[in-house]
Design a protein around this ligand. Structure first.
Ligand code: TGC
Ligand code: FAD
Length: 392
């Protein structure tokens, strides 16, 4: 209901920092979200279903690999455009943004950055169109925040690698055609392997009964003596910085994406507060409601400026992992707080599927955990400013 009348807030005229092309891209993704996502997303969440039919459309609107060069099927856009696309998608639902984040930053990016020319030609164009779906396997059942301790490993068997181990909490795993899997080689160095659907000994069971990201598929990746052809190794990267560099790209997208969820909650609460009357006047007239709305808009505005600045730094190839980490942490927490405050403004109506707020709030409980938990990101900033690692 509210989203059809959606008006994105722009209190500091951040639009003036955008090019005409940025605004055009944002407008077309917003139109697509209004048309394709908003009408179906509440029911898909209620039914715990991933709207699979949207993957091809996401490819068509350029949401898969927006910054991957055109010669490999991407859209060749800059980082601000990528961020704006993520913002619009997450205004629809974090699950939709997740699908685009994983495909773009966690699958296409490592293949583009660390893959062979053959790997790029084989996978990137089809990932860009959504003809292939990708997944990224870093987290393990016993190694989440500390991926460097992973157990998944492979041995060199002469004409192929033999892969054993398992990954957990993997977005898209049950439907992925290709999974970028991080595993240790015989010397204990972390390497990236492209594991394809159908390889013998490879299974990807779905994780069910989630209360969050219910329109996103999550699952495991299980490797039982999987023979991986040697040409499926990403040759140009060794060590934990491989997967972490992909995370930097995805975390940046999340820093923008969650602003979309926050804007949707704020806009819904603002409209509702003007229409809902108690004690003979709109609840918007009460000082405590105004305090909530004023604080929400302030935090959204600060988050917009943070995301925009990190985008400029990324366009100049100057953004540090710690700067991106701060933007992810701040903006996700901001969005979760905005969702909780907005939910209060709607009273009982706030818990229903008639409004998007509760769905955003539940989704954001995953977003504050994945791609590095809120506390891990605090410690990344702590490490950066003190020079002391709390991890080792
Ligand atoms: P540490 O010694 O700090 O770093 C190891 C090497 O990596 C380099 N590095 C980075 N490089 C690029 N980008 C980054 N963000 C980087 N962070 C670190 C670092 O310079 C070092 O390089 P070198 O050359 O010296 O080897 O490693 P550590 O073991 O102490 O761990 C640090 C820690 C805890 C911060 C890190 O492991 C971490 O970020 N943990 C959180 C794990 C995480 O974020 N997992 C996400 C899994 S994927 C996911 O959640 C997808 S959700 C998808 C969706 O649906 O949207
Ligand atoms: P843990 O690491 O066990 O942490 C538990 C708690 O301990 C957290 O609060 C954490 O902050 C705290 N903690 C841990 N270490 C420290 C420390 N040193 N100091 C202080 N506190 C600490 N992973 C992938 O690889 N690919 C995916 O596609 C993917 N998709 C996901 C989708 C969903 C819906 C979810 C929920 C997760 C997904 N993940 C994925 C996994 C995600 O990245 C991990 O859940 C996350 O990194 C945290 O790991 P964990 O859940 O094992 O928590």
């Amino acid at each position: 209901m509210s989203t059809i009348r959606y008006q994105s807030p722009d209190y500091y005229w951040v639009d003036e920092l955008l090019t005409d092309e940025h605004k055009l891209i944002r407008g077309s993704v917003r139109d697509w979200v209004n048309r394709a996502v908003i009408p179906i997303i509440d029911e898909a969440n209620q039914k715990h279903e991933f709207p699979r039919h949207l993957t091809k459309e996401l490819g068509e609107i350029g949401a898969f690999g927006p910054y991957i060069p055109v010669e490999y099927g991407g859209a060749g856009l800059d980082q601000i455009a990528y961020g704006l696309i993520m913002q619009e998608l997450e205004r629809g639902d974090s699950s939709i943004r997740s699908a685009a984040s994983v495909q773009s930053s966690l699958v296409m990016y490592p293949i583009y950055k660390y893959g062979t020319e053959e790997q790029k030609r084989k996978f990137l164009p089809k990932l860009a169109t959504g003809d292939l779906i990708g997944a990224f396997g870093l987290t393990e059942p016993n190694h989440g925040s500390d991926p460097g301790s992973m157990l998944t490993h492979f041995t060199d068997e002469g004409d192929h690698y033999l892969l054993n181990g398992s990954k957990m909490w993997i977005t898209n795993s049950p439907i992925a055609d290709v999974s970028v899997v991080w595993a240790k080689d015989g010397e204990g160095k972390i390497r990236g392997l492209l594991v394809e659907k159908g390889m013998e000994g490879f299974t990807a069971p779905e994780t069910l009964r989630k209360w969050s990201l219910r329109s996103s598929l999550t699952g495991e990746l299980v490797f039982d003596n999987v023979k991986v052809p040697k040409e499926n190794l990403l040759p140009c990267i060794h060590g934990l910085k491989g997967p972490l560099s992909c995370l930097s790209s995805a975390r940046y997208g999340i820093a923008w994406g969650v602003i979309g969820a926050a804007m949707d909650c704020y806009d819904t609460a603002l409209q509702y507060s003007k229409e809902r009357k108690q004690f003979g006047k709109p609840i918007a007239a009460f000082q405590l409601t105004q305090k909530k709305l004023a604080e929400m808009l302030t935090e959204i505005t600060k988050a917009q400026l943070l995301a925009w600045r990190v985008g400029v730094l990324r366009n100049e190839d100057r953004a540090t992992p710690a700067q991106i980490s701060m933007a992810k942490r701040n903006n996700v927490k901001m969005a979760l707080d905005v969702a909780r405050e907005s939910r209060q403004i709607l009273g009982a109506m706030g818990i229903t599927g008639d409004f998007p707020i509760m769905r955003h709030m539940m989704n954001l409980e995953s977003v504050i955990t994945y791609e590095g938990t809120h506390d891990i990101h605090l410690l990344i900033t702590g490490n950066d400013i003190t020079g002391e690692s709390a991890f080792s």
